[in-house]
Structure formats: C-alpha cells, structure tokens
Design a protein around this ligand. Structure first.
Ligand code: PBG
Length: 315
C-alpha cells in the first residue's frame, strides 16, 4: 500500500490545492426573457424565480448581473404579435433589438448574446417557415440572416442560431463576417425544454421538433453536426441540454478543442428548483455540483437559469 489516495482528502486546504475544476461567475451566462411593455415582470409558473421582463427591467437586471461578475446574458423575445413567417424576429424595433440596445447602454461591458430562431415569433411555433406542414430549411435561412443582422446592428456581441437548420451558420457567417457565432450545434429534441416553451410562449402548435432537432440516442451525429458548424464558421459550439448529455460535451471537447458551451436548460432548472423547494435536496449544493460536472465534462461556459445564484455562491 504505497498509494494512499485519502492522504490528499484530509484537509480542506489540501482538497483545494488539488481541485481540478473550478466555477466562477465568468463562466456563467444568464438567459433573459424580454417582452413588450413597461414595468412588466411576469412570473413563469414552471420556472419559479424566473420572469418575463419588459425592456427597461431586463436592462436593470443585466446591470445587476454584470455587477455580480457574470459572463453574459442570452436574450429571448416574446413579441406582441406572431405571424406565419415570424417577422417580429427581424423587426428593427423588435423586443430583442430594443433590449440589446438598452442592455448595452446599462452595462456596456457585459457580453450580450442573442438567440437567432423563429419559434417565438411564428404563429405555428416551429423554428422555420412551413411548406406542406414541414419546416422548409432553405427558405428559412434568409429569415435567419435578416434576424442575425438586425441583432448585430442593435449591438449584440454574439449571435446564436438555435433552430437546427442545415447551413444556418454558413448563412449567418456570409452576412456577418465579423460577429462571433455561438452555434447551437448539437441541440437534441428534448423533453427538458418544456418549461422554456411556457416562458417563451413558443410551443409548436402541431407536431414536434424531431424532424430538425437531434435524436437523444445519438452521439456520432452530434460530432458530425459540430464539425459542419465549425467548417461553416462557428466560433463557439454548444451542446444542449447539458446534464443528460455530458458524454457529448466531453467527446466534443476532445474532438474539436474549440470554445465550447453547454446549455443547462429549463427542465434541468425546474427539477432542481422543485426538489429544493420541497426540501428534498440541498438546492445550493445540488446546483453547484451539477454546474461543476458540466465544466468538468469540458464546457468552457454554461448557460444556466441559476447564473445569478451561482455567481453569488462562487464569488
Ligand atoms: C429555440 C430554443 C429552445 C430553447 C432555447 N432556444 C427551445 C425549443 O427548441 O423549443 C430551450 C431552452 C430551455 O429549455 O431552457 N429557440
């Protein structure tokens, strides 16, 4: 018995010394839901502690997050009106475009990421335009281009195409050569998006997203999707959800070695909150353990609805 692994676990100081993974506020990105109006702060029932905010309150929140040292925010919009093409997505004075300007004003040094997708803006709730009851990939691309350009013009630091349309990263890169692209490269058709769809009012009105989002059973396909996005010009790749896909996070980091994010989605938040609220789990420790595991798996940063709390707990 020459090797005694317990030796290094004996004191907190020794454990700290050899700890491999650390979590800091810089690694956290907070999603914000923005809607039209003033003074709006609508609680989201399936995500206790999360709100739909009007533009000025979103800007105030972003400034507070910046003071906590958080890495960035990612914005989702709930438009006043929806239509078949999702035209609210690229409206120059759309809710996300307004929010970007207000946040860049209130906290110029905070990274502002925008979600580039049509599902919150289409009357049918799908992530692209429809033809014959299916999402038409190639007719959706120009709409994503317009949306991304309008976000960049408003001042977004990073644009994030999230609809799993083939060629979306190339399309955005063509029109925005100098804006960082965060590609939702491996986005699975996951049940864990349920609470988000209430928050963003974006549930599909018929069918589901399995014809464009990935089959949870596949990981080779994730590697192929990520490889394509990198060729098309992605600067950062993202795996989503996080907790049920840590193997994919690890494999992607080892295969590509490029900046990598993981999105700990609404259902992951809801599960931890629900168990925490009932006193069935120590919420703070559970959240920090989960976020640490996502970093340990290989993520450089994490999009999480716990960003505010976790930033306080780790500061
Ligand atoms: C699509 C989008 C979705 C999420 C982020 N961007 C959901 C979907 O496919 O319905 C989910 C995020 C979450 O669950 O937290 N625009």
């Amino acid at each position: 018995m020459n090797q005694r692994p317990r030796n290094l676990r004996r004191t907190a100081a020794l454990r700290r010394l050899v700890r491999q993974t650390s979590l800091s506020p810089d690694d956290l990105v907070m999603p914000l839901f923005v809607r039209a109006g003033r003074g709006v702060r609508n609680p989201i029932a399936s995500m206790p502690g999360q709100f739909q905010l009007s533009v000025e309150l979103a800007a105030r929140e972003a400034a507070a997050l910046h003071r906590l040292g958080i890495g960035g925010v990612i914005l989702f919009g709930i438009p006043p009106r929806k239509d078949a093409r999702g035209s609210g997505a690229w409206a120059g004075n759309g809710v996300v475009q307004q929010a970007v300007r207000a946040i860049k004003d209130a906290a110029p040094d905070l990274a502002v990421i925008t979600d580039v997708c049509l599902c919150e803006y289409t009357s049918h709730g799908h992530c692209g335009v429809l033809r014959g009851g299916e999402v038409d990939n190639d007719r959706t691309l120009p709409l994503l281009q317009k949306t991304a350009v309008s976000h960049a013009e408003a001042g977004a630091d990073v644009v994030a195409p999230s609809g799993m349309m083939d060629g979306a990263v190339r399309a955005v890169r063509e029109v925005l050569p100098e804006t960082p692209i965060l590609a939702y490269s491996a986005k699975y058709a996951s049940v864990f998006y349920g609470p988000f769809r209430e928050a963003a009012e974006s549930a599909p009105k018929f069918g589901d997203r399995s014809a464009y989002q990935m089959d949870p059973a596949n990981s080779d396909e994730a590697i192929r999707e990520i490889g394509l996005d990198i060729q098309e010009g992605a600067d950062i790749i993202m795996i989503k959800p996080a907790l049920a896909y840590l193997d994919v996070v690890r494999r992607a980091k080892e295969t590509f070695g490029c900046p990598l994010a993981a999105y700990s989605v609404s259902g992951e938040y809801a599960m931890l909150r629900a168990a925490g609220e009932r006193g069935w789990i120590d919420e703070r420790r559970a959240v920090l353990e989960v976020l640490t595991s996502v970093k340990r798996a290989g993520a450089d940063f994490i999009v999480t609805y716990f960003a505010r709390e976790a930033a306080r707990w780790t500061a």
